[in-house]
Design a binder for this molecule. Sequence first.
Ligand code: NAD
Ligand code: TYD
Length: 352
Amino acid sequence: MKTYLVTGGAGFIGSNYVLYLLERYPQVKVINVDVLTYAGNLENLKSIEGDPRHFFVQADICDRAAVQKLFQDHDVDYLVNFAAESHVDRSILDPQVFVQTNVSGTLNLLQCAKEAWQIGEDEYKPGVKFLQVSTDEVYGSLGAEGFFTEQTPLDPHSPYSASKASADLLTKAFYDTYRLPINITRCSNNYGPFQFPEKLIPLMLNNALQHRELPVYGDGLQIRDWLYVEDHCQAVELVLRDGAVGEVYNIGGHNERTNLEIVGQIIAYLRQEADSAVGEHLIRHVIDRKGHDRRYGIDPTKISEALGWSPQTAFEQGIRKTIKWYLDNHDWVEHVTSGSYRDYYQRLYEGR
Ligand code: NAD
Ligand code: TYD
């Protein structure tokens, strides 16, 4: 029986990961810590309401006393840190909170984990692990050729990626200095159910369904390497359990697409399956993002050779599943776009 402390477990990837754990392991305890920013949504966890293996705690990862208490109240084996400010455009408008949560929050978690798990000089309770969930964006931008490996130098460009790179360096420092058992994973762009519609795929889907313009930044030929969220969850789980302590693992499945290709695919699917009025005429090329990274592409050789990981979901299958999920879960989309999902916590917990 393992006890997981999952941060950011009401967000997109975190909630998928919590569902993934509870689905696969009957004997598991998940402490889900999330402060519920605009991106946190307890409706993502509706299907596990009342599950005695899941404990939700509304707390800020920057709050020392709150995190210490979690370690005192529960015998934590694994800490998986998903909590973050995650949107590049927001980081360009207001970088401060990115440093607060992504850098100071991660440092606080590292300090609390070290304090709770240390049993001697450079010695920790057996089997514990701190996993920092990071991003390929810390490597910066690629030209037309080549891929990011774990040896690629960090070269972040946006305030978001700079804050994630800082958190990675602090996590590495806790291994180098104190031998805290850590791993860092750097994944490519995720897509799938429960993604907040500020990110490319759900934003375009949602706009298209409402016949609103599809804002493509600049020429739309920027490339991202897409991974279905469940494949990311599986990789995180593998690294947590079997990853060599102190190591970084890149996660990606060689699914590079230009943004225009993604938008085109969403339009084609919606036209065919849902709404014939959706079309290319909705695309608007708008002013480019500042400092926009041109291309991301992951080399996943290390995780596939060392841990036997490979993605299970081909892009065409994953994007169809995702679009179908958004079409079938109209209530979720409606609550998110109207903002009424913010009341859900109150109805769920405070109304009792
Ligand atoms: P998200 O924005 O959907 O969710 C973030 C969650 O963290 C939200 O539930 C939010 O309420 C919570 N949170 C924010 N600040 C907090 C704080 N101070 N204390 C406690 N909780 C807080 O993000 P996501 O897309 O699910 O990304 C999760 C993690 O994965 C992030 O660390 C991100 O950098 C990383 N990542 C994301 C992608 C991607 O494509 N989305 C790719 C690679 C890595
Ligand atoms: P995004 O989903 O914000 O992820 P990230 O910036 O972390 O890769 O954006 C993915 C790509 O889509 C990126 O190149 C920016 C582009 N984009 C648009 O062209 N229009 C949009 O409205 C958004 C949100 C993103």
